[in-house]
Design a protein around this ligand. Structure first.
Ligand SMILES: C[S@@+](CC[C@H](N)C(=O)[O-])C[C@H]1O[C@@H](n2cnc3c(N)ncnc32)[C@H](O)[C@@H]1O
Length: 233
């Protein structure tokens, strides 16, 4: 079994900064992989990787990687990809490191927040992110867009899968009006998640300077509408 180091990529000012863990509570983390297997998250990862169009040798940064499942989906599909997982949660990163070691795959891991990425300007081929932006507050989301734009190479792509929709969610505006829905809340939705509705992720990337951000797939998942959004630097 290989031992994988976790690099501390946090700025001094980010030490002690809060974050919303994968299951909402740190003590629930050991159940995360079991829960996501039951929730059928793996097909979402596989679809995202397929749409990202990653080639062997390309660098991939998985932002909000948690226990590493999207990174592992990248490495299964493209074993020659050079993948780094990035997440503020040291316990999730330790689990990811253990899994990578057991599987004998090459995965780099960095502890840090989405609004402060380690790579240098224009140095990354792909950013991928799964079910993470709905854990990040407004300032963090804005910072993530800015950082994604900064670290990607010209022609590099960002591909994001998360709860979200181009409209107000299940059934859209018309459905909401017809049925008199006001809140449009769905299982799995919190206040941050609702920011992903009404093209929230597309707008976030557009505001950061990406000119072609768009939804490239959507899935009606049992826990809510899922959007896959992509943009090119
Ligand atoms: C629901 S989990 C998703 C994990 C993984 N991407 C997956 O698909 O299984 C959300 C992740 O977002 C991370 N997160 C929370 N706040 C963050 C932030 N400000 N920047 C980056 N990641 C963050 C959490 O630590 C958690 O690992």
């Amino acid at each position: 079994m290989t031992t994988i180091q976790i690099i501390d990529g946090r700025a001094e000012s980010d030490r002690g900064r809060d974050f919303l863990p994968g299951m909402g509570r740190t003590w629930l983390l050991p159940l995360y992989d079991l829960f996501t297997r039951f929730a059928r998250v793996r097909p979402l990862h596989e679809r995202t990787v397929e749409l990202a169009g990653i080639r062997p040798g390309e660098t991939v940064l998985d932002v909000g990687c948690g226990t590493g499942n999207l990174s592992f989906a990248v490495l299964r599909a493209v074993p020659g990809a050079v993948v780094t997982g990035h997440d503020p949660d040291p316990s999730a990163l330790r689990l990811a490191a253990r899994k990578a070691g057991r599987r004998g795959v090459r995965l780099s891991l960095v502890q840090g927040y989405a609004d402060r990425l380690l790579p240098e300007d224009g140095s990354v081929d792909h950013i991928v992110s799964s079910l993470a932006l709905h854990h990040v507050d407004d300032a963090g989301r804005e910072g993530f867009g800015r950082e994604a734009h900064r670290v990607l190479k010209p022609g590099g792509r960002v591909t994001i899968v998360d709860f979200g929709a181009p409209d107000h969610g299940p059934g859209g505006h018309d459905h909401g009006r017809r049925h008199g829905h006001e809140g449009h809340r769905h299982r799995g939705m919190n206040a941050y998640t609702e920011r992903n509705l009404d093209n929230g992720i597309v707008d976030l990337l557009t505001d950061a300077g990406f000119t072609d951000a768009r939804e490239i797939d959507h899935i009606d998942h049992r826990f809510g509408p899922i959007t896959i959004v992509q943009a090119t630097r």
